[in-house]
Design a protein around this ligand. Structure first.
Ligand code: NI
Length: 235
């Protein structure tokens, strides 16, 4: 005797299979990066590297510092341009040179649009990064890179506005026996510091920031996206 499968049971099983397939398809769609396959200026590399900050956290603000030509400059001098702001120090062995090279590479990728972006290097080591030092340091990375220094109080103030951590690293080499205890005044010290690159708008407000070691292509594409949005807004 053969039992005939009941018709309603087959329908129910087919419906269950269809539901499983739909769920799997939806999960697959959601797992794809949102911008995968996007082309044009809004296609971005490694979207997750852009750091979103809660709107209540204010980043940036007014400053008066001294540039690498010895001129006093204010944040308002850069209105009308995007600012790419990076904090670091000239004696930094690897992180700062890499970041400054990445900024330069990103601006090179922008072509003529690069002139709307002002790259700025603000030292967190004003004792060693004097005007004279920065005058030789910044052009090694990018011709239009502006180096800014100031009094320790001025630097502390601007670092606080950008929420940049900086502190002279504790010397992990114990002072030599019979040492004078002057190691702290040695010119050979490291400075711990956060190494984000901040993108500020033409009005000086914070737009976004890039984590250390962000691909220059990602920086360039983000800049292009902002410039393209601006053009679209003007039309
Ligand atoms: Ni550094």
């Amino acid at each position: 005797m053969q039992s005939k499968p009941s018709f309603p049971l087959i329908i129910a099983m087919l419906a269950a299979l269809a539901a499983i397939a739909l769920t799997a398809y939806a999960a697959w769609r959601m797992s794809r990066p949102a911008l995968e396959g996007a082309v044009g200026p809004n296609a971005v590399v490694g979207a997750s590297r852009v750091v979103k900050v809660s709107p209540e956290i204010k980043i940036g603000g007014p400053f008066t510092l001294t540039d690498h030509t010895g001129k006093r400059v204010h944040d308002t001098d850069f209105r009308g341009r995007l600012m790419l702001v990076y904090f670091g120090y000239g004696y930094c062995p690897d992180v700062c040179p890499t970041e400054l090279q990445n900024i330069a590479a990103a601006l090179d990728m922008l072509g003529t649009d690069a002139k709307t972006v002002q790259p700025i290097f603000i030292t967190v080591d004003p004792e060693r990064d004097t005007v004279k030092f920065l005058a030789e340091y910044v052009p090694q990375f990018y011709p239009r890179l502006i180096g800014l220094t100031g009094t320790p109080a001025e630097i502390d103030a601007v670092a606080k506005e950008y929420r940049v951590y900086h502190a002279r690293a504790k010397d992990d080499v114990p002072p030599a026996k019979g040492g004078t205890g002057k190691d702290a005044e040695s010119q050979d010290y490291l400075v711990d510091h956060s190494a984000f690159v901040y993108l500020m708008g033409r009005d000086g407000t914070y737009l976004t920031m890039f984590r250390p070691a962000t691909d220059p292509r990602k920086i360039a594409q983000t800049l292009t996206a902002y410039l393209t949005d601006e053009q679209a807004a003007r039309k």
